[in-house]
Design a protein around this ligand. Sequence first.
Ligand code: IMP
Length: 423
Amino acid sequence: MPGKVILGAQWGDEGKGKFIDIFAAKADLVVRSQGGNNAGHTVVVNGETYKLQLIPSGILYPDCVNVIGPGVVVDPRNVLREIDGLAEKGVSCDKLYIDARCHCILPWHLELDALSEKARGGDDIGTTKKGIGPTYMDKAERIGVRMHDFVGERFEEALREACERKNKVITGVYGGEPIDIEAVLAEYKDYAGRLRPHVRDTSVLTYAAVKAGQDVLFEGAQGTLLDLDMGTYPYVTSSHPVAGGCCIGSGVGPTAIGSVMGICKSYTTRVGKGPFPTELFDETGDYIRKAGGEFGTVTGRPRRTGWFDAVIARYAVRVNGLTELVINKIDPLRGLDKLKVCVAYRYKGETITEFPANFADLAHCEPVYEEFEGFTEDITGCRSWDDLPSAVQSYIKELERIIDCPITMLGVGPARDQVMTLK
Ligand code: IMP
């Protein structure tokens, strides 16, 4: 049975964690393919809260194999902190495997992330400052430190070489303080020793699981519009959160994927900078932000909030080859008189229905809305289609028509069981 991809169909923070967790609970292998600890989600299992950043969600299920694929960037200090935090709660990471090809996020990457953001002045990307961009830059420049070097015999040589090179940039370009390599070596040697047993060629594991017909879940991070190529460049992350990224980032081919589930919220949010056509600057935006608890898991920043954008949803269907869509967090819309859905943009006097390839144009796109009736009922206890108020049913039916992709699940509250399966 080919694997299932679950990914974000908007700008990240769609509440993927809950759906990933539902499918992880029955998966044999869960693999992360891109990004790093810039992602973050909270999972509540048996009353216990777990905050995961890099480690796949399958870790909460003892029989599941968890893979950090070759396309992921790994901060050794951070992943060990996560492993220790899980151990304190009695969760074992014995079945956690990190690909030997993963690039390491090292102290100079964190420093360079902060320095380059500062140097951009008011034009910063609004990164999570986890060193993601600088690590992928080194990978593309072919000077990065890969996991096999980090846990292997080249540990000291690789780190010294990288640090020396990066200190020239830190001091010469940004006027920053050089990183003390001796301190880094002393601290990170221990991390290398602890990570060593987890490191291997994970492509072999993932391929074997797919070949054996096991249940394989490709766990997405960030979202479609944060993709380096297909997202709202330059306000994007440095990896590939689109479905195609799962293949490159896990080291298996496209035939390993059987279905692609995109997660949307019933409204739109984004963190960081960049154009956002349906953004709300009024009390409706504040209302949705508050009702939806839209504050960053990793950074705590309030998220920018706006109406559902179906132009984006259709774009996500196209660039990911979505086979199904989930509409999550419908409950925060309760109490609003009208529900608006952006179905097209007005751009230079014309109506356009496709998301622009030049994202600078997006700043000049005015949303064209269709309006639907709001609802006042508490829907958090609804578990089937028939339980839902008619206004919610018609909102979902209209979304399905406008987006032209089957909506298979809905999310009506934060808990794992506050979902319903429609098809
Ligand atoms: P970076 O990934 O830290 O380089 O940040 C680049 C952009 O992606 C910034 O706008 C971040 O706020 C955004 N970003 C990165 N990770 C996430 C995520 O998991 N959810 C939402 N936004 C994210």
